[in-house]
Design a binder for this molecule. Structure first.
Ligand code: SF4
Ligand code: SF4
Length: 404
């Protein structure tokens, strides 16, 4: 890689950070199907995710997706080390966007005071943006103007602002080396082939000891002394050394390398094992996501006991609790099947439910001929959405009373 290319690393990092900042701040404003693209609605316990609304009973999908993301982070860390920290972590992005704090600290009291004010303003904005993932900005701002934001929202906003201000004003990159749990996990996930930033051992003797790399490092590491657990892979030292060495018409001495001296291998056993689990949970996430019916059916008991009616047939009663979790009205046809073809049911009219509506419906099931066997038998109650070609089936017991 030539000097020109190496000089671009900071530019690429900044572009990635700006993209990420726009994404994080803008996502709650993006509306799909009338809802924020990503928001957890606490009152209804629903997760709005790019047009889909996941209800509590579908949260196993979030759990599976969470395991997939965790394994993906493990795989990325195993392969590329702390690339997340240097390129994508919101903490790094935000600290990189408030460099005036570092400069102002050196310029005196007035600059320092002004920088604290600016940092506070940034903290207020970031804290609000985090709240928008729970309270839609389309409710937040009207509520703010009307003075009806609510005590809980105000409380969270104030507490988050305070935590962020203390972080940006005083902790900054020290957060990565002292508090961040992911940083602590790194040492377990690294192996001898993980991508690191290092002083090229083959060219270490060319170092002119200008200390440019040390001055550029936001976490105060001297990369010349070898790998350090506090390194966030930001490549600032790499750019600094490239600048210094370019004046001597040489390539920089600091580089990205898979393992010390670039002696590592990308394709290795632990990468295949973790990669296999990543693919497995990705497949499970896609399978469960695409298998969503948007209809929830629960069969509840009815007050009416199982009994034999006048014509000799056996009657069982149920209550169908049906929820339409989609954004559109649905028409659902009810059928009861399983142990023979002689079962009839009372819901001859289809169930109609508006968008995101739930209701309960009594269902009476009779056998046309007395059953030979006593005890209970399994039956299947099915709701069919013919428009979307979707069926939801719930098994329940059909009880033959003792008096038979
Ligand atoms: S050593 Fe280099 S890559 Fe690591 S944190 Fe410091 S400047 Fe960034
Ligand atoms: S910037 Fe490069 S030349 Fe200067 S001290 Fe660091 S490694 Fe050596």
């Amino acid at each position: 890689m030539g000097n020109q290319e190496k000089m671009k690393i900071r530019t690429w990092r900044r572009m990635t950070e700006i993209f990420q900042a726009i994404l994080i701040l803008g996502l709650p404003f993006l509306r799909i199907n009338g809802e924020s693209a990503l928001r957890f609605d606490i009152p209804t316990l629903r997760l709005h995710f790019f047009g889909a609304s996941l209800w509590m009973q579908e949260f196993f999908i979030v759990l599976v997706a969470g395991i997939f993301l965790t394994l993906l982070i493990v795989l990325v860390t195993l392969l590329f080390g702390r690339v997340w920290c240097g390129w994508l972590c919101p903490q790094t992005v935000l600290v990189d966007f408030t460099p005036f704090m570092d400069r102002a600290a050196r310029k005196g009291f007035v600059y320092k005071g002004a920088s604290y004010l600016m940092t506070f303003a940034v903290s207020v904005l970031i804290a609000a943006s985090l709240i928008w993932y729970f309270v839609s900005p389309y409710e937040f701002f009207p509520g703010l103007l009307r003075g009806s934001l609510g005590q809980v929202t105000w409380g969270f906003w104030l507490v988050l602002t305070g935590i962020l201000f203390l972080n940006f004003a005083f902790l900054r990159h020290r957060f990565c080396a002292t508090i961040c749990p992911y940083a602590k996990l790194q040492s377990v996930l690294f192996d001898k082939s993980t991508l690191i930033i290092e002083l090229d051992p083959a060219r270490a003797n060319e170092c002119i000891n200008c200390s440019g790399c040390v001055r550029a490092c936001p976490t105060g590491i001297d990369i010349r002394k070898g790998a350090d657990a506090a390194c966030i892979n930001c490549a600032e030292c790499l750019d600094a050394c490239s600048r210094v060495m370019s004046k001597l018409n040489k390539n920089g001495l600091i580089h990205y390398a898979f393992g010390v001296g670039g002696g590592g291998s990308i394709l290795r056993q632990n990468v295949f094992v973790v990669g296999g689990f990543v693919l497995l949970f990705l497949a499970a996430t896609l399978f469960f996501s695409m298998g969503r019916t948007g209809i929830d059916l629960t069969v509840l008991p009815h007050n009416l006991e199982p009994r034999i009616v006048r014509d000799g047939r056996i009657l069982n009663a149920y209550v169908l609790s049906v929820k339409n979790m989609t954004h559109k009205p649905v028409t659902l046809y009810v059928t009861v099947e399983r142990f023979d073809a002689t079962v009839s049911q009372s819901l001859n009219e289809p169930i109609r439910l508006g968008p995101e509506m739930a209701d309960k419906f009594p269902l009476f099931v009779k056998t046309q001929n007395p059953l030979k066997l006593k005890g209970s038998r399994k039956i299947a109650i099915t709701l069919q959405d013919r428009e979307r070609n979707i069926t939801v089936t719930e098994d329940t017991n059909f009880v033959v009373p003792d008096e038979l």
